[in-house]
Design a protein around this ligand. Structure first.
Ligand SMILES: C[S@@+](CC[C@H](N)C(=O)[O-])C[C@H]1O[C@@H](n2cnc3c(N)ncnc32)[C@H](O)[C@@H]1O
Length: 373
């Protein structure tokens, strides 16, 4: 691994089910990919048993309905092969919520496929996906949603913003280089794990052909708002210069060209490892919280502005809070809670004052990759 600021011990979605309960958009994105997963699995070799991996699964709640659908489809079609489901995430992830979800002890038991179907074995792996996580040639299908934009280390703190997508050229180049190296490691690890004919489907946050990315799709710019409130806390003396600087997201949104680069070069290690890109396209998923607000008539309709703000901010908070908490490390817990609450309250109050354009649309680059040799 390259030198840089290691964030993996602390990088985690908010636990105890908070993440998946407030992340309807991520669930929609995954559910929409269900058909693609079923079709890909149908084209993989008929091995005696099926092994599937969900990389960067968080608490498992957002993909559970899709896996329930995929497994249900197999069983309904008479495919009774044993299925091993391997959920991967970082060691800091809340795996116990994940295991409870699959056994129907938390969340909607209707999708607790482990208890609904025979011969489905659920496992967890707490090692990051930049490394090989299972034995050579043992994986039928790998899947990952909204996870591989996390870089393995932060190459530097971004001095004037929070996110590489909005950073100065030097910081952006450093994150781009880290992300390119990480993408190669991710792909080489999957090349080792997959059986010949196996598939890797990933739905990654990225930058589309129109330059759009998460929270920046034409309306209010989410990361600029994050930055504004964080800078405000520094300017009013609530946080130190160091804390201001430490809140760089360990993320990089690759462009389509960056995702495709290792596949376009016939001499790349990825091509030599037998991986082939079958398809790559971008997809915009509208913010479900804004959609509900607009369906209720928008401003002046049946949902109040504050109710809209109170539905939107938690979905942003579910994945971003860890960055701000980590930046405040060293303070006592009450202090951290108070500062972080003020940060999100400022955002909520802005949305409530004028909801127009505030939303969190998702932009994904969807790749279907095959291990050919
Ligand atoms: C935004 S959540 C997405 C969760 C779920 N896949 C979804 O689509 O709703 C990103 C997840 O990626 C995980 N993650 C980040 N870096 C990782 C790494 N190097 N290895 C494994 N998981 C990682 C995070 O811990 C988090 O659970």
């Amino acid at each position: 691994m390259s030198k840089g600021i290691n964030t993996q011990a602390v990088l985690a979605m908010r636990g105890a089910g908070y993440y998946s309960e407030r992340t309807a958009g991520a669930r929609h994105v995954i559910n929409d990919a269900g058909t693609m997963v079923i079709e890909a699995l149908a084209q993989t070799p008929q091995t005696p048993r099926l092994r599937i991996a969900d990389y960067g699964a968080a608490d498992g709640g957002t993909s559970r309905e899709m896996w329930d659908m995929v497994i249900g489809h197999h069983r309904a079609n008479g495919d009774n092969r044993q299925i091993e489901m391997l959920y991967t995430d970082l060691a800091s992830n809340d795996f116990s919520t994940l295991f409870r979800m699959m056994q129907g002890m938390q969340g909607d038991p209707g999708h607790a496929y482990q208890s609904r179907y025979e011969n489905v074995f659920v496992h967890g792996c707490g090692t990051g996906f930049h490394r090989q996580l299972m034995a050579d040639a043992s994986l039928n299908l790998g899947f990952s949603a909204t996870a591989m934009h996390y870089v393995s280390v932060k190459p530097m703190e971004i001095p004037t913003h929070l996110h590489a997508a909005c950073a100065d050229p030097e910081s952006r180049a450093a994150y781009a280089q880290q992300a390119a190296q990480d993408w190669e490691h991710i792909l080489l690890a999957r090349a080792a794990e997959l059986i010949v004919g196996g598939r890797f489907i990933c739905l990654n946050f990225g930058i589309d052909e129109q330059g759009r990315y998460l929270g920046n799709t034409g309306g209010q710019h989410m990361f600029d708002h994050f930055h504004k409130y964080w800078l405000g806390l520094f300017e009013d003396g609530s946080i130190t210069a160091d804390e201001y600087k430490r809140a760089s997201f360990a993320q990089y949104y690759r462009t389509m060209d960056e995702f495709c680069a290792p596949f376009n070069d016939p001499d790349s290690a990825v091509r030599k490892a037998g991986l082939k890109l079958k398809s790559c396209h971008s997809k915009l998923t509208k913010c479900p919280y804004e959609a509900a607000f607009l369906a209720a008539g928008g401003v002046g309709g049946t949902m109040s502005n504050i109710d809209y703000a109170n539905s939107l901010i938690p979905t942003m908070r579910s994945w971003s809070e860890t960055v701000f908490r980590t930046a405040l490390e060293g303070r006592d817990e009450d202090d951290i809670n108070q500062i972080v609450n003020r940060f999100y309250d400022a955002y909520r109050d802005d949305v409530a004052a004028n909801p127009s354009g505030h939303a969190m649309d998702y932009v994904h680059i969807i790749l279907d990759i095959e291990k050919t040799a």
